[in-house]
Design a protein around this ligand. Sequence first.
Ligand code: IPT
Length: 962
Amino acid sequence: MDLETFTPGSGRLAPRAALQSDAPALSLNGTWRFRLSPTAGIPEDFADPGYDDSGWDELPVPSHWNLHGHGAPAYTNVAFPIPIDPPHVPDENPTGDYRRVFDLPEGWQGGRLRFEGAESFARVWLNGHELGFSTGSRLPVEYDAAPYLRPGRNVLAVRVHQWSAATYLEDQDMWWLPGIFRDVTLTRSTADVYVRADYRDGRGTLAYLEGPGPLSVPELGVTGLEPGSEITAEVEPWTAETPRLYQAVITGDGETVRLRIGFRTISIEDGVLLANGRPLLLKGVNRHEFHPEHGRAVPYETMREDVLLMKRHNVNAVRTSHYPPHPRFLDLCDELGLWVIDECDLETHGFGEVGWRGNPTDDPRYADALLDRMRRMVERDKNHPSVIMWSLGNEAGVGRNLAVMAGWTRERDPSRPLHYEGDRSCAHTDVYSRMYASHAEVEAIGKREEDPLDDPELDARRRGMPFLQCEYAHAMGNGPGGLAEYQELFERYPRLAGGFVWEWIDHGIAHPEFEYAYGGDFGEPVHDSNFVIDGLVFPDRTPSPGLIDLKKVFEPVRFDFDGGSVRIVNGYGFRDLSHLRFVATVQVAGETVTEHVLDVPPGGGEVALPVTDGGPEGERWLTVRAELAEDQPWAPAGHEVAWGQTQLAPAPGTAVPQDPATAATTAVAQGLATAATTAAPQDPAPGVAGGPQAFTRGEDGLIIAGECAFDASGRLVRLFGLEVEGPRLDLWRAPTDNDRYGGLEGRWRALGLYRLTHRVDEVSVGDELVVRTRVAPAATDLGMRATYRWTYDGGLRLELDIEPEGEWPDPIPRLGVDMTLPGEAVDRVTWFGPGPGESYPDTGMAARIGRWSATVEELQTPYVYPQENGHRANVRWATLTGARGGIRVSGEPAFGLTARRWSTAELTAARHRPDLVPGDRLHLHLDLAHQGIGTATCGPGPLPAYHLLARPATLRLRFTPA
Ligand code: IPT
């Protein structure tokens, strides 16, 4: 068989819509016989019905054979794992032979064999007769089975080759996972149906373009509509916010088809993307199909979980990166409401590595194959209201075949705009799309002030288009930072239609040793390491902090507080607020003192806040939450959709400083971390009495103050009975993926920031203990003067002055102190400040002020590739407690808190989660500031305001017994 053919397939029936039909269908999913060969050229005798496969293994279908012990997965991002020599492929070509025996039900006649997806080149035999072959891994194919079906026992044989000429079209950034990975069905359905349902000003137009017989929509009183005709009716529109569907029934050719129709119109007017005549703002994610055990053979329940999770996190759009998903995923999008960019199964990114020489996108020999892919996608998915744009593919460079794909699609479906990012000229698209453009560039595009194209005509055309970021905010590891600023731009400029965060899920493969495997873990000679771990949810679909932040940033309701009232702004595009209940809660020092339901008009507006003075002392915060008033198909009543928080004036007669966080973060961002110099302690720590007390030298050489002791070098060794290794200045953090790929890690390492040396210059003991030190890495004259000033009054207070020496060229990772405590002394951390999740200067939008509590284990964010995580910023006070008490740390005014059972060096060295083994010390990091996170793995680093520059700064902390 010629695997190196440019032809996309043979023997196939014309593509048609995925439909629900009452025609008999026999699922051929289940256990098949399977044999893997290392090369393609083995005999074809296995296709013979009489072939003895008793020596073969068993394999479930759908699945990928290399996730079932036959070979191993491999991950590459851009690089091809085979030589770039189209259409040729190596002799080493894993080839899976499949056999399935099935019994035809009594009286069964005719039928088609339908494969929803097989990767990548599949030949099919029925009872020894070859039906044909197909490529286009994530697209369906059907063969006419009628001539070869027999009553009773039938034998289906399939040979799947991993590599073929079509491999050059499937270079998506993901695991290479061959096999029959979607459903196989013998179906007697033959119907194709094509409807177009538009909506304008309260009226829907249903154009019944093609179908096997009359169509009816009982709910609209429509019956007997013939193909080629249309009706209009008063309808409710479909939107992702209000996914109203009408059930249509079509009968003809011996079957009845049910189709859910959604009336909606996508248009572009004055360079703005509209749905049903209103601006459409896409709050999207890129979704690959992935399951940590099943790869791209994603169970239906998991698809549903994805949609529910997206809806619950205020995501309203999906780009099906970078291939059409399982058809049922789109049913879920119709039903639960998500706008979808349906993307063709096309990526030739690896040609970029050779200057795009030989790119199939520009090779006429591949034209049929590219068109075939587009046709099969459009025909399969053409009836879905959720699908609002067709995308020609991803990262496939430029070339004449794009025109072929676009030309056919425009003719076949003029109702949906075309998307493709890879051709900056936008010659074949209706929207201007980019990936990972910086905030500044997005803003310029928003103003239609982007750099011009060379061709003035194309430039004018592109400048008139709406813009979207098909990928932005690369969610790899800790991050992404900068989300809020992107959203602010998307909402400010009408040209900007929003975008799609890269990407939905970490593709970590469940692994007995590593917990989750990434590139290289299966010994692949060519791989891209953990670049496949870049999702908003962990491999098991637990939301990562990035998704929690995204939910906040995507909120469809805004709260603008102003004194005694709040303006509630409806940020939905297509519905009012009547489905929400607004609850206002006042907390003082984290304790709820009042709770009211607010009366909010459906359109939003100014609402008076409850009177809240009186009550105890402490920071007083008002939180307004918008929650679902009733169950929705995607979340139960009470689910929180949005929230806003504001600090209230203290109760009369009490003196409580205003939120230190705002002052502190701004100041730190500007490198002036000396904010709020005279702020009173937030938290007059309980149980501490007495006035100032002097430090004395004990006989053992220790310096003593009450229950605390320092060694002769001025290092804290005992803290209220706990044996500690005292706080020391530290600048290092375990680099994040963004630090690493953005280049900062390299510069930090070159400077030696992970191997600081400490020198004590002076220890002076008296009313206060003053320890003057210099902290610096070897081989440089850069350094930090760190002066620790300790005082004791029953509580122990530290004022640490930090003064950089020399010209520090780059931002530093962090600025703070590290100390350790006996591990068994602490298992719980309770704090007042933003929480419950982690936060860094440009992340943590989802953190709200409150009193939070977690075990040390719960404070760790389980990034698949270990890195800096778990930092709680702007903490006012924290207690670290175990069975026998503990300590309390109070900020003056606030500090950053991180607690781990391993050191920063261990975290830095770890490559997989199981490398992190709890030790017998608790490592406590009390920080003044962190460098921002950004999204430099792909895209911009932190915005300038989030850079931590080496400048003079002061950290003030107070320790007391808990
Ligand atoms: C971009 C790809 O489109 C996407 O599939 C993924 O690989 C992402 O990068 C990185 O995770 S392309 C890149 C050149 C910006």
